[in-house]
Structures are given as C-alpha cells and as structure tokens.
Design a protein around this ligand. Structure first.
Ligand code: FES
Length: 391
C-alpha cells in the first residue's frame, strides 16, 4: 500500500516541485522539494561517480560513491538496505543489488562486492572498475533494516562471507544509536584471509569493548585460538544462546548469507523458542531451484501491467516468467537480482492467477493478498493483471 501511495504521488510531486520553486518560505521550500524529489526518484537510476575502491580481501572490494548535495535526500538510507547498480558489460545490461556497508550517519554510500566464480558484475567491480568511473545507481531500498529506537536493544547477527556487508551497517548503527545497546556477531568464512571488513570489525571491537562481541568460524583453515573451526551450524547457535550469552535476551536476530546457513540458523533459533518475528534474514545466494512448474504449463496469457499509472498490454507464453516477458516488451519495471533474492520486482495480481517457482521473501499473508515476485512467477490463467504500483 505504501508503494501505491508513493507511486500515486509521482504526478503530484511534479506539481509540487514546480509550485514550491516559487515559494518564499525557504525552509518549507527545501523540505517539500527534498520530499518530492525523493518520491519522484524512487525507481530511477542516477549516475554516480566512484569515489574510492578499497581492497578488502584478495577477492573482494568496497566501492564508495560520491553523492552530490542535491541527491543526498534521495540516497538517504536505513542501515541494512541495498542499492542496485546498472552497467553495460560486454554489450549487455547487467543489474546487481549490493548491500550498503557504511552507517547512515557516515554521509557516504559504500557497498561491498565479492568476486563470484564466473560472475559478471562482481568480476568487473573487482578487476576493471576504478575511481572516477560513473555507474548507474538506484536509490536505496530493502526491508532487512535496523531502525534505532529510544529503548536499548541487544542484537545478534549471523553472517557468512559477503553476507557481512549489511551487518556492518547495522552493527555500527546499533552501537552508535544508544550507549546501552549490545551487538553479538557470528561471522563464518572459509579462512582468515576471506574475512571482509577485518579492519572495521577490529575498530568496532576497540571502540565498543564491552558492547560488541564477535565469534569467527572458519570452515577450511583454522584461525585464532578463540575462533571456531567449521561452518555456522546448530551447535554455534546453541553456543551463543545457551552458553556465551545465556543471560542476554536478544531483541532481534539478523541472518545474512547463503540460503543453507540461513535455514540452519533460523531452524535452530526457532527450536530455541525465539519468536519468528524477531528473525530477519537476507539471502545473498540461493540454491538453484528447478523450474518444474514451467514444464507443466502450456498456452499463452494476455497480461495487463499497471506501472506508474500507465497500463501496458502484452501476450506471453505461460512457460515464461512474468518479469522476463515484461522486460522483453520494453516495460521499465523494477527489478534487480532476477533470482528471487532482492524483492525489487514485487507486483500485485489483481486479476487471474500466477504461481512462483520459489519464494523466500514474501510472507504467506502477502502471497494470500496477491503479491508475487514477478521474476519467479508464471501465469496460470488465460488473462492476468498485475499492478506494480499497489505494493
Ligand atoms: S528481481 Fe530480485 S526478487 Fe525478483
């Protein structure tokens, strides 16, 4: 509903931007203009200059962007959110979502990018991208967030590999927002050389000695004496909850990394009687799911797409995925990962039926309401109406 509200305001904001450019009240003018600019810009890409590239590990870098003064409001973010980067690489447009690693108050936008085997953008970022280059960047989005509150909180996070990226932003925000907040981090890697943000983690330890705690786990090479050897598993969760921090009542758990790790930790937390609503997770990679659904579908569907108050019509094979068909028809729908991981492509089915190949993002309630990840959805009926505005 919030999405609809904002999208419906797109037309109004054009008016606001125009109208308030004549306002005599400078403060009001600035507030309204920044509000209006932000709404207007929600699904646009902006060309941002790469301000710095720093090597974090042999296979990962952090990339910082320069955000011009007039885009500061548009690129304001909440700890845990991500940005989508767009670039043409070898003649093809590539979009990838990367989590922001810095804290909202840092005044920067920095993302962590780990090189993926046979990857496209991650290899480009690690090997080709340089300071001064321009990249198309979509403003921050995402629901895996920490909102500071006046109450003190104890937070635990389980991250593996590059899943640490949004956790860095969340940890810094948790610790800086209240002098009584506590943050426990379990961080899994193959070996000590793979630890992204090692220096920043050390800085957090030095700065918040009695409020920030880290437990490293290494699956291939042993690390320091206080690190665990092995993957993050059930026993790791039990060690935190029943042993090391048994006196702590955690308010929220953040899980970020590969699907298998998230499932393991989530199940273990639930088995320890942690309420499901206290567990937030973000998938960084997902196991490939066979599209068995497509095999059993036949025939065509006429699709009506509502986007930014405009209606588009197209015909597609039921075997195709809705987002693929929408993009093939040059409709500028929002998307990023195309793998059911990021949630950028959500739309609402208002007529007909669609089914998702996989869904680890939308809750049962949201699915019952008609929301779909269009990058995962096949139409099941001869006609289908989807609304990108009402989400
Ligand atoms: S594009 Fe990322 S979930 Fe669909």
């Amino acid at each position: 509903m919030v999405g609809k509200f904002f999208r419906k305001l797109v037309a109004t904001t054009r008016f606001l931007l125009h109208f308030f450019s004549f306002s005599k009240n400078k403060t009001e003018n600035t507030v309204i203009r920044s509000f209006a600019s932000k709404i207007y810009a929600m699904s646009d890409f902006y060309s941002l200059k790469v301000d710095a590239i720093e090597r974090l590990t042999p296979s990962s870098v952090s990339v910082s962007f320069e955000v011009p003064e007039d885009l500061k409001d548009i690129f304001a973010f909440t700890a845990g959110q991500y940005i989508t980067l767009k670039q043409e690489i070898e003649g093809a447009e590539v979009r990838r979502a990367y989590s922001i690693s810095c804290a909202p108050k840092s005044g920067q936008i920095t993302v962590g990018i780990k090189k993926v085997k046979d990857g496209t953008f991650s290899v480009y970022a690690n090997e080709v991208l340089k300071k001064g280059d321009l990249l198309d960047v979509m403003p921050p989005e995402g629901r895996f967030v920490f909102e500071p509150s006046p109450l003190s909180v104890s937070i635990a996070a389980f991250a593996a590999g590059s899943g640490i990226t949004p956790i860095m932003s969340i940890a810094e925000s948790v610790l800086a927002s209240n002098a009584a907040n506590k943050f426990v981090l379990v961080f899994g890697n193959q070996g000590p050389n793979e630890v992204m943000y090692a220096q920043q983690i050390q800085e957090l330890q030095d700065k918040y000695t009695d409020r920030f705690f880290i437990l490293h786990t290494f699956s291939r090479q042993p690390g320091a004496a206080d690190a665990l050897f092995g993957r993050i598993e059930n026993s790791t969760v039990n060690l935190i909850l029943k042993n090391k921090f048994k006196e702590t009542s955690f308010d929220q758990f953040y899980l970020c990394g590969p699907e298998e790790m998230i499932q393991t930790v989530k199940t273990s937390l639930l088995n320890n009687h942690i309420a499901e609503e206290k567990i937030l997770f973000e998938l960084f990679t997902t196991t490939n799911t066979e599209d068995d659904l497509a095999e059993n579908l036949d025939g065509k569907t006429s699709v009506k797409v509502l986007l930014d108050d405009e209606t588009f019509e197209l015909a597609m094979e039921k075997k195709e995925l809705v987002l693929d068909a929408v993009l093939k028809n040059n409709i500028d729908a929002p998307y990023s990962c195309q793998g059911g991981v990021c949630s950028s492509c959500i739309a609402r089915v208002t007529e007909g039926k669609a089914e998702m190949v996989k869904n680890q993002i939308l809750t049962d309630g949201e699915v019952a309401e008609g929301l779909i990840l269009t990058c995962q959805a096949h139409p099941l009926t001869p006609t289908l109406k989807i609304d990108y505005d009402d989400v």
